[in-house]
Write a new protein. Structure first.
Length: 159
């Protein structure tokens, strides 16, 4: 049962060839996974007040920045949402209390992300803007007043 091997004595692949192919396949998979890694947006809906008893523990990290920016004594978290971002794709974030945020990433670089933002309260458009959100920082948008309190939107983007 001799078969014609076309001049090649051994048609079985060498272990090195298999290892190299597995390595290259793994490298391609890692490259595709790394390039498809998307940033995510964190949105916090916050009530700023001077008449409350204490701020929410969940805002402990943001509170000093909020106090410096807005000057209120107390901050309460009304809602929060995190969503993955895809370039040029509009994402909807329901923040609670009837507030909805639509975010469309426009561009991204080492300094941060540029996002088109639409902030709605029911059927009323509160804010429509394009904002540059610096890497590892939060951007605040002052929303509507509620009596003596204010609603604030805090946005940050994380890799």
């Amino acid at each position: 049962m001799d078969a014609d091997h076309g001049g090649h004595e051994n048609q079985v692949r060498q272990p090195r060839q298999l290892s190299m192919r597995r390595f290259l396949t793994g490298l391609v998979v890692l490259f595709v996974a790394a390039s498809s890694h998307a940033a995510s947006i964190n949105a916090h809906l916050i009530q700023a007040s001077n008449t409350s008893e204490a701020s929410d523990e969940a805002l402990k990290e943001l509170e000093p920045k909020l106090k410096k920016e807005f000057g209120y004594k107390f901050y309460h978290l009304l809602g929060a949402k995190q969503e993955s971002l895809e370039q040029k794709t509009k994402s909807r974030l329901d923040l609670g209390e009837g507030f909805v945020l639509f975010v469309t990433p426009q561009s991204e670089d080492k300094k941060g992300n540029e996002l088109e933002i639409e902030w709605w309260s029911g059927r009323a458009l509160l804010v429509k803007t394009v904002a540059k959100i610096p890497a590892k920082r939060s951007v605040f948008i002052k929303g509507p007043g509620v009596g003596e309190d204010w609603i604030i939107l805090a946005l940050s983007v994380h890799e």
